[in-house]
Design a protein around this ligand. Sequence first.
Ligand SMILES: NC(=O)c1ccc[n+]([C@@H]2O[C@H](COP(=O)([O-])OP(=O)(O)OC[C@H]3O[C@@H](n4cnc5c(N)ncnc54)[C@H](O)[C@@H]3O)[C@@H](O)[C@H]2O)c1
Length: 277
Amino acid sequence: MGDLDGRVAIVTGGARGQGRSHALALAAEGAAVSVWDIAAPIDSVPYPLAEPAELDETVRLVEQGGGRALGLTVDIRNTSQVDGAVARTVEQLGRVDILVANAGVCGYRKVTEITDEIWDDMIDTNLSGTFKCIRAVLPTMVGQTYGRIIVTSSGAGRAGAPNLAHYASTKWGIIGLTKTVALETAEQGITANVICPTTVHTPMVENEQNYRLFCPELDHPTLEDALPRFGTLNPMHKPWLEPEVVSRAVLYLAADEGSLSGTVLEVSMGVSAYRPT
Ligand SMILES: NC(=O)c1ccc[n+]([C@@H]2O[C@H](COP(=O)([O-])OP(=O)(O)OC[C@H]3O[C@@H](n4cnc5c(N)ncnc54)[C@H](O)[C@@H]3O)[C@@H](O)[C@H]2O)c1
């Protein structure tokens, strides 16, 4: 018996990283999982996004654990792809109880170096894409009088962050979006909450452009060079969180009986102790 037996969850950005971990954690508690990912590059994003084989691998891992998964190639920037993927999820898995709006992109530029293309792609994915996913699942959730919406923001959604104006703008934006959804659905059996992880061990962080940011004096910095410096970002001086730690916060919100809504849960290794939230 799992906490989520009989439930159906959608996880966006589920081909790898935190999304894969969330899909596996939800499946381990009994939910059937609809795993979405763009599984293709976005030109202005300076590190590779997931590959189709990684999306297949998440599905395989869920099934290997005895769970049920549907893998769908979905670009959350595209309304018809998002709406179509919700329809396929309902058709094949029966309902939509949980949305983990996790897909996102990052990149490091000072404000004056952010081109229109970089800005637009960031807003279209992290902010508008999250909005489109929430908008698409709400009619089904309202019809069921049940829904758990969990949105992945960031520590950059709680403070300013040098080189991350575009990213921070989206991560603040989805907190406003989620709190508003929480108010609009408060009497309909639906909760909407946000998680704000600090640095997490995923390909979004484990890439050369990120190493360069932390080691500007080196021509070709490696993970080994950068790792000790990640620890300067938090008072525990740990380099990063493993995705499974963030998944426990997702499970907590997904399995909640229904009074926890409009909340922002920081998974931050103490970073949030530095500032009022
Ligand atoms: N890694 C960190 O340090 C960190 C910290 C705080 C918040 N976050 C947030 O956590 C979430 C998950 O990121 P991650 O760390 O697992 O990184 P990741 O790059 O491993 O995973 C992100 C996934 O989203 C997918 N994706 C990107 N654009 C998409 C689109 N338009 N449509 C559908 N899928 C798309 C990617 O292909 C990838 O599989 C993101 O929202 C990110 O901003 C990450």
